[in-house]
Ligand binder design. Sequence first.
Ligand SMILES: Nc1ncnc2c1ncn2[C@@H]1O[C@H](COP(=O)(O)OP(=O)(O)OP(=O)(O)O)[C@@H](O)[C@H]1O
Length: 343
Amino acid sequence: MQDAAISFHGVTRRYPQKGGSDVVALQDINLSVPQGAVTGIIGRSGAGKSTLLRMVNGLERPSAGTVTVNGRDVGTASGADLRGIRREVGMIFQHFNLLASRTVAENIALPLEIAGQTNTAARVAELIERVGLTAQANRYPAELSGGQKQRVGIARALATGPKVLLSDEATSALDPDTTRQVLDLLARINRDLGLTILLITHEMAVVRDICSHVAVIENGQIVESGETYAVFSRPSHPTTRSFLQGVTGVTVPQFVTARLRPDAGAQAVVQITFTGSHATDPMLARLTAERGISVNILAGAIEEIGDQPFGSLIVGLPADRLRESQRFLEEHGLLTEVLGYVD
Ligand SMILES: Nc1ncnc2c1ncn2[C@@H]1O[C@H](COP(=O)(O)OP(=O)(O)OP(=O)(O)O)[C@@H](O)[C@H]1O
């Protein structure tokens, strides 16, 4: 097992309210963020994501429980200890938080200056090159696109050589193409520097694209967590299922949904999910060849999730052979879910 870079043990955060009961932002959070992985925390607005993230660099303190970063307790750290932890934890933000009066290079140099370094030029140049902004080094934030601003944010977060990078909805203000480029950059940094990344998002597509691990948070509690492909292929909580709708690349075609019924019909419409080594197995062909069951493929997609092939097919199967087909497919490592029936 990988070591945990960040651990939450029984973490609760209450906000006292004047003349009322406390707001419980987080309740008994237990979570292990693996070293060197990209982990996503996904949840709706108000679920507790920001509170959770801000505990990792000590901007928030637990009301109960402990948060450790590389084995050091953040919740009780102060002074030099807390500064030491913060140097190991970089952070990027949805609205970039750049200083408008400083150029790209000067923004990136800022954390180095704060750390007391004077000869920053070579380090800044290296960071600028890493994020692909060499041509923009002397521009001001107002002269940059959103994606370029976030690249500056990333370079600035990396300046002091952190071991952990926190991302607070870093792509939420960006268009899909730019989002893709920024996520690619984060994935590359994770690979090249072995940096642990913990990100919060409300978009499952972000999790699909770069997270090897995911935790789903709702009402201050983690309702599901694990390796991304495992959670995607077997979501157990309704919130996870609703986040997954539309991001696994396959939806029931309109001509089928229009006729879909929840009860009986001649054909069962079944979603088949396959992951890892099963992705390329020709199981449907075998279902036909070995059992004489005809399979009507309605939609399908294969993508890569958490570095694993992840496929999803929607097929029609004869309703009177449904049980047998499901058993055959499940025995061979595929997951099946009946979506409804058509005549
Ligand atoms: N300083 C505070 N005082 C009182 N309540 C707070 C405070 N900060 C957060 N909360 C409450 O704690 C809960 C969790 O908030 P948090 O900001 O962590 O959620 P979130 O998932 O990050 O939401 P969003 O995506 O909208 O930022 C919410 O009910 C929020 O109103």
